[in-house]
Structure formats: C-alpha cells, structure tokens
Design a binder for this molecule. Structure first.
Ligand SMILES: Cc1cc2nc3c(=O)[nH]c(=O)nc-3n(C[C@H](O)[C@H](O)[C@H](O)COP(=O)(O)OP(=O)(O)OC[C@H]3O[C@@H](n4cnc5c(N)ncnc54)[C@H](O)[C@@H]3O)c2cc1C
Length: 639
C-alpha cells in the first residue's frame, strides 16, 4: 500500500471517518476503502453503485428525503436532455380527471391546493404532484437522534415572520392552525454562565455581537488559523488583514443603518434605479468600499439572500423582501424546530386531516408521524402524489379551445397520464419551461431570464457545543472551506424533547454552502456551482467538514471522533433564484419577466412558485399561489 494511502487512513481515523455515525450502515466498505469511489463519478452513474452521494438521511419522516434525491436528479436530467420532448409512448392512463393538477408540492403548490378547495366552491378536486419522497419542497427537515435526544433542523427554508394579524398572510397562517405564531423556545439551564442564543440560524449573523467569532486561516496566511472574538467591539484589531481592508470593513459595518435614500414602495424611482445596477456596484457606492473587500469578506453571504455573490445580482434584491412584505417590528423572526417544514405540515394537515397522526395542534403536527397512505386517497378532494415527476404538460388540442390539460408524470420508472381542467405550475421556472410543451414564446422568453443557483445545506449534529462555549462564542463566520457561518440555536419547544439548553446539550449546526464565482456571468456561476456540488461525494464533504471543525476547534477541546454525532447533506440543485439587474422592473423597454408570467394564465395553465417574486421567501410562495388560483377560478373554472 502506498505511504500516502496509509497516511490518509491514519488521518481518516483521527478525524473519526470510521465512527459508526453516519453512512456506514448502508455503504459498501470495500468501495469506501478504495477512497476513490466517487470523485470521478457523476451522480447518475451512482444510481447503479453504492450510494455515497446521498449519504446518511437521519431518522423519521424525512430519512429518505434529504435535499434533491438521486431519482429527482435523474428525472430532471432526462427532461433537460429532451427524452420526453415527444409524447411518451406506452404511458399508463390512470383515467383520472381533476379540476386542477398542481405541479410541485412545495409551499406554493400546497397553498395553491388549499386556495382552490377553499375558494373554488363545493366538490372541487385537486391533485398535487411532487417529485420528492416527501412534500414541502425546500421546506423539509432533518431529524437526528443524539444520545437519546431527538433533534430537528431545516433542510432549506427556515424562518417565518410574525405577520400583522389582520393581513392576508396573518389570516392565512391562522387558517392553517398557526394560531400562536410567537413560539416558545428552550430556556437556559446549566451551572455555566448564561449566553444569549439565537432562535433562528441567522440571528447572530445579523448582529455579530460580542459572543461572535471570525476565523482567519490559510487565505490570510495563518496556519494554524486565528480567531477574533467580538470583532466589532474590538474594531477588528488583531485581525490578520490589511489596514485598508480593516478601514473598509469598519465603514461597511458603520453604514449598515437604514439609508435615507431607500425605496419607499415597490417600483418607486429609487427601486427602479437600484434594479438597473448590480448589488456590488451599489455596495461599493453606499459604503465606500472596494470590489476586492466585498469579494474577499462579504460575498456570497451579503448577497441579497440570493445564493450568488452581489456581482451579478440586481441591487434591488437587497430590498425586495422588505418592500413586498413590510413589517414594522424587527422582532418577528420565528422558527419551527425543522424550519418552514412546520408551515408545510400545517397546510397538509388542513388539506388532508388524516395525513399526520393526532390532532391539529401545532405540537402534534410537528411531532407526530406522517401517514403516507392517506396522502393520495381516491375519495379525498385533495390528493398529494409523491415521487412523481411531471415530464409533459400540454393542453388537449388548441389551448384557446381546449377543455383539458394532459399531465404525464414519471413514477418508479413508468409514465402515467392524468387529465385536469386546469393546472398550476408551482415547481419553479427551471422545470416549468421544459415541462409545459406548448408554452408560448413570450412565456418561454420570460422563463429564459430566470437563473437559479445551487446550495448545499450540511447539517452537523454535535454531542455538545462546549468547545464554542469555552471560547465565549455561540456563532462564527469563516472565509474559506465548506460554508461560511453557523450558530447555536435554541429550539422551539414543540419539537425539542428537552425544555432547556446549555453547553452540554446536543445541537445541530447548519452549514449553508453557497457557490459563487465572482467575475463569471450569472448563468455560468450557477452551472459551475451545481457541477461542483453534484460531483462531490458525501465522504469528501464529510472529510472536509471534519477537517474544518478540527482545524478551528481542536484547541478548545473539540474532537471530531467524539463530538460529531451525525452529518446530513441536503443538496439543492436549483435552490435560489438569482435576480439580475432588470429582473424586477424590466430592461431595455421590455417588461419584467415575472410580469409576463403573472399577467394572465396561458389558457388553462397558471404559474406560481416563489421565484416569480424575485426573492426566495415562503410568503411569496403563498401569495403567488393565491394569484394563480384566483386567475384560474375567474377565467377557467368558472362553472
Ligand atoms: C437554503 C435555503 C434557505 C431558505 N431559507 C428561507 C427562510 O429562512 N425563510 C423563507 O421564507 N424562505 C427561505 N427560503 C426560500 C424557499 O424557497 C421558500 O421559503 C419556499 O420554501 C419555496 O417554496 P416553493 O413552493 O415556492 O418552491 P419549492 O420549495 O422549490 O417547491 C417546488 C417543488 O416542486 C418540485 N418540482 C419541480 N419540478 C417538478 C416537476 N416537474 N414535477 C414534480 N415536482 C416538481 C420541486 O422539486 C419542489 O419539491 C430558503 C431557500 C433555501 C434554498
């Protein structure tokens, strides 16, 4: 055996790669031992191999549904590569006819089903098709059991916001059983002195208080890396960065106050100006900082929440969410234990009462198991069919005269057809533009301007977070390696099995991995990031995460072998819409692409999904669904 391989094995052992925690129960150890299993293979090649791409999926309802699954990916690539461009032969006609088929069972698709049944009058029927093993889209959760404790974490969509009680969204929440949107969270209980903890994965990132750390490593010629704790209180003294970078970062920080010249409402002159420049240009002007400082320290985290760095995004991306969903108080952020999975589950419980065991309280809906069999029952007005990828959606005959739409979907290797009097495409632009076979040029052109980037949400369960407590931090940020930031979060009580938390409690640290390549065109950044995320094996990511934590925390008692209790990777190929300049209000005298899609349904087919809003936010998912269904009820389902 080569010496380097021996070394690698020794390193693996010290990192805990042999610990029986994550993927060993289903992996072929011979392939693993070769160490070369996946680095060269594409995800699709892996379908026939041992699965070191998916990795461990945790326990509970979502254990087979972490991020996009290999099956979802394979079906998506078959659509993209034109396999279903012609009407597939030998499909199985289910003989079913619905008032509406909704493609996409994320928050938008589920909301569309609810609106249809609530507003459409009696005896309406609706089928939701989703390609994953569980509904929810990006609003799904992971579950771990660590030393007897059940822990939950978000796979994507995390935070919801307390709405004005009489607003449309406030009433919608109430109608699905979110009666007390201000949740109760774990309380501190430990002899150790209390440290303030977040309720969401973003609280500390927003404020970077005295209990926050910045880590500077090889990129800053530091080996081992160095920590700067309370970076802003110390005015970055001690950070191994140049004087000019320090001065610029302090200017950036000081300038983070609400600006005088910010947009006042959607579409005002300032909004339109912001939409004509990149966020990077805007940050350079607003804060007086250089492109280099932005790209080294701030990108892609300060990127308008849109997955890529600010160099290719519209400056309006940073303001759009506040303009669309204005709230007066800052203290509105809330999080179910598994993120907005809580909202998706509440909607499904409302649509199909037997879908989740127990009553319809928030606690029961969060904790109890899904009843998968109840989701797709013939006598139910709402049905949810999982593991079903719509590959072909088309009006039967001339769209303007047709009475129905045919929807063909791929499920367990077979193609089925259902018919419907209308359809809502809620899966996202990247899928809709391929799947709707008779989509007119205008809508095709509009969706051609939607770019999406990938995101990997790596959830790392640790047996305790004393290694952070010992350093006096609960959150931290770094500038190279896997991810950029994470923080300890106290959990809402409805999903926690311990009402209290302290440094010896097990927690999940989420690492959000974004892929930005400043300087490349927007589409290329997305393609390249997706390629990298999809071609990297679970084992490789696991190794990098273990190395990174060891590098950062071995000095405060962290031992990857002992501390890491589990890792789940959630890979989202088309996680974020990336709005380029002109996305919101149009460019070169042409309308904004989303307005083309929102203006009217295409005959019997209407369009939803949060991407139409230009921001990724579950509130937009709901509002876009409401608009789409309203259009169908007014213009198509008029009887
Ligand atoms: C990492 C991350 C963090 C986020 N955090 C937050 C947050 O904290 N708060 C917040 O409000 N929002 C957040 N979001 C935004 C999130 O996108 C929305 O909250 C919301 O979950 C989107 O719901 P949706 O239904 O519009 O889209 P999706 O969740 O994408 O749902 C669409 C569904 O349709 C499926 N589909 C697509 N094509 C087909 C097809 N042909 N056939 C069948 N099914 C299909 C998709 O696979 C998916 O399941 C986050 C997003 C990401 C990626």
């Amino acid at each position: 055996m080569a010496v380097s391989e021996n070394n690698r094995r020794r390193e693996d052992k010290s990192l805990g790669m042999d610990q029986p925690i994550t993927r060993r129960d289903f992996l072929n150890s011979t392939l693993l031992a070769s160490g070369s299993l996946l680095t060269a293979a594409t995800p699709l090649q892996l379908l026939g191999a041992e699965d070191d791409w998916t990795g461990y999926g945790g326990v509970g309802d979502y254990s087979k549904s972490n991020g996009n699954t290999l099956e979802v990916l394979a079906a998506g690539h078959r659509i993209r590569d034109g396999e279903f461009d012609r009407l597939p032969a030998n499909f199985i006609d289910t003989g079913e006819m619905f008032d509406c088929v909704v493609v996409g069972g994320g928050i938008s698709g589920l909301a569309a089903a609810l609106f249809l049944l609530r507003k459409g009058g009696k005896n309406r029927t609706c089928l939701v098709l989703d390609n994953h093993p569980v509904f929810g889209g990006e609003a799904k959760r992971n579950e771990f059991v660590v030393d007897g404790h059940r822990l939950m974490a978000h796979q994507g969509s995390a935070v919801f916001f307390v709405q004005y009680p009489h607003s449309f969204l406030g009433r919608f929440y109430d109608s699905i059983g979110l009666k007390a949107p201000r949740l109760q969270y774990q309380k501190w209980a430990s002899p150790a002195k209390e440290m303030a903890l977040s309720k969401t994965p973003y609280d500390m990132l927003g404020s970077e208080p005295a209990t926050y750390g910045l880590y500077f490593a090889a990129k800053f010629s530091q080996k081992p890396g160095v920590w700067l704790i309370d970076p802003w209180g110390k005015k970055l003294e001690g950070a191994p960065i140049s004087e000019s970078a320090r001065a610029e970062l302090l200017k950036w920080r000081a300038g983070l106050q609400p600006e005088e010249k910010r947009p006042q409402y959607w579409g005002d002159e300032i909004s339109r100006h912001l939409d004509s420049i990149t966020l990077e240009e805007h940050m350079m002007r607003r804060f007086g900082i250089s492109r280099e400082t932005i790209r080294t320290f701030l990108s892609p985290v300060e990127g308008g929440g849109s997955g890529l760095g600010p160099d290719v995004l519209s400056a309006y991306a940073d303001y759009a969410a506040d303009m669309l969903h204005p709230l007066q108080s800052d203290d509105t952020d809330q999080m179910f234990p598994g993120g907005n999975t809580g909202i998706a589950r509440l909607m499904v419980k409302t649509l199909i009462p037997r879908s989740i065991a127990g009553d319809d309280s928030m606690e029961a809906v969060c904790r109890n198991h899904l009843n998968f069999a109840a989701l797709d029952q013939p006598n139910s007005p709402a049905r949810i069919r999982l593991n079903s990828t719509a590959v072909w959606v088309k009006h039967d005959g001339d769209p303007e005269k047709s009475e129905s739409v045919s929807v063909l979907y791929l499920r367990a290797g077979r193609i089925y057809r259902v018919k419907a009097r209308s359809a809502v495409m809620a899966g996202g632009g990247w899928a809709t533009k391929h799947v709707v076979r008779d989509l007119p040029q205008a809508q095709q052109g509009a969706y051609g301007q939607f770019y999406r980037s990938p995101c990997l949400m790596a959830n790392v369960a640790v047996r305790n977070w004393r290694f952070l407590y010992n350093m006096g931090i609960t959150g931290f940020r770094w500038f190279e390696g896997v991810g950029n930031y994470t923080e300890v979060r106290k959990t809402a009580l409805m999903g926690a099995d311990a009402a209290t938390i302290g440094p010896d409690s097990p927690v999940v640290l989420p690492l959000k991995v974004l892929y930005s390549y400043p300087g490349l065109p927007i589409a290329d950044q997305g393609h390249r990031g997706r390629g990298e995320m999809l071609a990297t094996s679970f084992r490789e990511y696991e190794r990098r995460i273990r190395e990174q934590f060891t590098d950062m925390f071995a000095r405060t008692g962290f031992d990857a072998r002992r501390n890491i209790a589990g890792i789940i990777l959630n890979r989202w190929g088309h996680a974020y819409l990336n709005p380029q300049p002109g996305f919101f209000f149009g460019k070169d005298e042409k309308p904004a692409p989303s307005e083309v899609l929102r203006a009217t349904p295409f005959a019997r087919i209407a369009f939803a999904n949060t991407d139409l809003a230009g921001i990724m936010d579950h509130r937009s998912s709901i509002l876009e669904a409401g608009r789409a269904v309203g259009q169908l009820l007014d213009q198509v389902l008029t009887d």
